[in-house]
Design a binder for this molecule. Structure first.
Ligand code: CAO
Length: 476
């Protein structure tokens, strides 16, 4: 045996613990410098821990599903002196750590006495390769079915390939035994873009062939400064882009008279406060949406991967867009149909707090059948949200406004009045009716036109409007 080298979890940034999602080597495997050993995954990223030396795997200290922290031992390598990078001086240690030195196991502790006081600079701490992890619904199109004979790639790479729409079979792997690495996917996409740019036309596939926005030297026109995108922005940007490019969007605008609902909400405010809760209008909107989703199943559907049928979700988990300092996240509130307003208030509040404290796990972000994005607490009269594909519809909620609304027989009801003359609308109260200040909630529904027709969308929003205008219906 040559020299034992421990590979440990390096600095993993903001996370206390991460999960081991894949062991990429077996005992007895010979590995080279930079070969991936273990994949670990936080709620937002997957990191492949590479080997910092050439050698043979003699011990694997973790199993898939283990939770590990910075310094946890992952793998022990037997590094042959001839394979070992040249040390700067004699008397090299017999055991080295590939990362932080804590938590050493008994199996190698005996050799510890000879460990150097100063870390050996020839054995670099492994630098994790960090890649995106994003939610992929089982209903999402999967160009890379997991079949025998298909190229070798880790789950991370397969997931990334699905997100990019890259068929693994067309990608050349540069890893060990032809294993496809994330860099190979990036190379594939780069080459594809270059070819399209050369030929001046896209050859199909979302995003390909779109003329690039020309890069510009902005500093030539005045002073500029730079600001890095947050990690969440870097993750959510491609997801939004993917939805925007794949889904033929239409947005239906509507509004609801929420005067009665607001009166009810305000009446309940003190009782809620006693329980330490805030009754946001969003809670009632969630309940109304669930009723509408129950009546209009295609709004809680996803297109099957081959596009020939709908997969209708018989559960009512709602994605709720939450604005955080780091950017937009969409945690999922489950079984909204089975929960009362107070329970939802508690859950929404706790979920939004965890989102803002960056404590959401991957499970908190998956499984929605429909999403609501509420900007009602901020402002605006209407907006077109982007469908959170593979969902097929999303509701955008804007700020409630006070508006004068005609209460009385509608002038439109007078059949003998084909066109309404401006003087036929009374400006002051009359016996027949009057304008009243009412609370009007504007909302919008963006939908996937491949699945939902305009007429159905208008029926859905009209139903939602009626539900929100009559809070008694929400109780039924
Ligand atoms: N009209 C008028 N007022 C409204 C309202 C509406 N439609 N919706 C909420 N409000 C009020 C609330 O009642 C609350 O008032 P008080 O402080 O007086 O009680 C205030 O606005 C703030 O509400 P809120 O935003 O904190 O709470 P919420 O339950 O309505 O929303 C959450 C929770 C997490 C959805 C929200 O905080 C948030 O993050 N919204 C942004 C979502 C977003 O960014 N969407 C865009 C996605 S696309 O980039």
């Amino acid at each position: 045996m040559g020299h034992l080298l421990e590979i440990r979890v390096p600095d993993i940034g903001d996370f206390d613990e991460v999960e081991v999602v894949e062991i990429l080597v077996a005992k007895g495997d010979r590995v080279e410098v930079e070969d991936s050993l273990v994949s670990i995954e936080s709620d937002k990223a997957t990191m492949e821990i590479p080997s910092s030396a050439t050698g043979t795997v003699v011990e694997i200290s973790v199993v898939e599903g283990d939770r590990v922290a910075e310094g946890s031992l992952l793998v022990v390598l037997d590094v042959l002196e001839s394979d070992r990078p040249a040390a700067p001086e004699d008397g090299a240690p017999s055991v080295d750590s590939g990362a932080a030195p804590q938590n050493r196991p008994d199996s190698v502790a005996d050799d510890d006495e000879s460990a150097p006081a100063v870390p050996d600079p020839t054995l670099a701490e492994p630098t994790p390769r960090v890649d995106f992890v994003r939610e992929v619904s089982p209903a999402a199109a999967d160009p890379v079915p997991d079949q025998v004979g298909l190229p070798h790639a880790s789950p991370l790479v397969r997931r990334y390939a699905r997100e990019l729409g890259v068929p693994l079979a067309e990608t050349e792997g540069t890893g060990k035994h032809g294993r496809i690495l994330v860099d190979d996917l990036r190379g594939h996409v780069r080459d594809r873009f270059a070819k399209d740019a050369e030929s001046g036309s896209g050859s199909g596939g979302p995003g390909l062939g779109i003329p690039p926005v020309p890069s510009l030297d902005h500093a030539a026109f005045g002073p500029v400064s730079e600001q890095k995108l947050s990690r969440i922005q870097k993750l959510s940007g491609p997801v939004l882009h993917r939805s925007w490019l794949n889904v033929p969007h239409v947005t239906q605008y509507d509004e609801a008279d929420v005067t009665l609902l607001e009166r009810f909400r305000r009446d309940q405010r003190d009782a809620a406060r006693e329980r330490g809760l805030k009754l946001s209008p969003l809670l009632f909107i969630m309940k109304a949406v669930v009723i509408a989703l129950d009546e209009f199943p295609s709004f809680r559907a996803s297109l099957a991967p081959d596009g020939d049928r709908l997969i209708i979700k018989e559960y009512f988990h709602l994605g709720i867009a939450v604005d955080t300092e780091q950017g937009l996240v969409v945690p999922v509130v489950r079984d909204v149909d089975q929960k009362g307003i107070y329970e939802l208030a508690e859950e929404l509040n706790a979920t939004a707090e965890r989102a803002r404290a960056r404590k959401l796990g991957i499970e908190d972000l998956r499984g929605a059948c429909f999403t609501i994005s509420s900007l009602g607490g901020i402002g605006g009269t209407g907006f077109s949200p982007i469908v959170n594909a593979p969902e097929v519809a999303i509701l955008g909620v804007s700020k409630t406004q006070v508006r004068p609304v005609w209460q009385g027989p509608s002038p439109l009801d007078h059949a003998e009045t084909p066109a309404i003359a401006s003087d036929s609308l009374p400006s002051a109260p009359t016996d027949a009716g009057r304008f009243e200040p009412r609370l009007i909630l504007p909302f919008s529904l963006s939908y996937d036109h491949r699945v939902i027709d305009g007429a159905l969308a208008a029926r859905f929003t009209s139903r939602l409007s009626r539900l929100l205008s009559d809070p008694m219906q929400l109780l039924l």
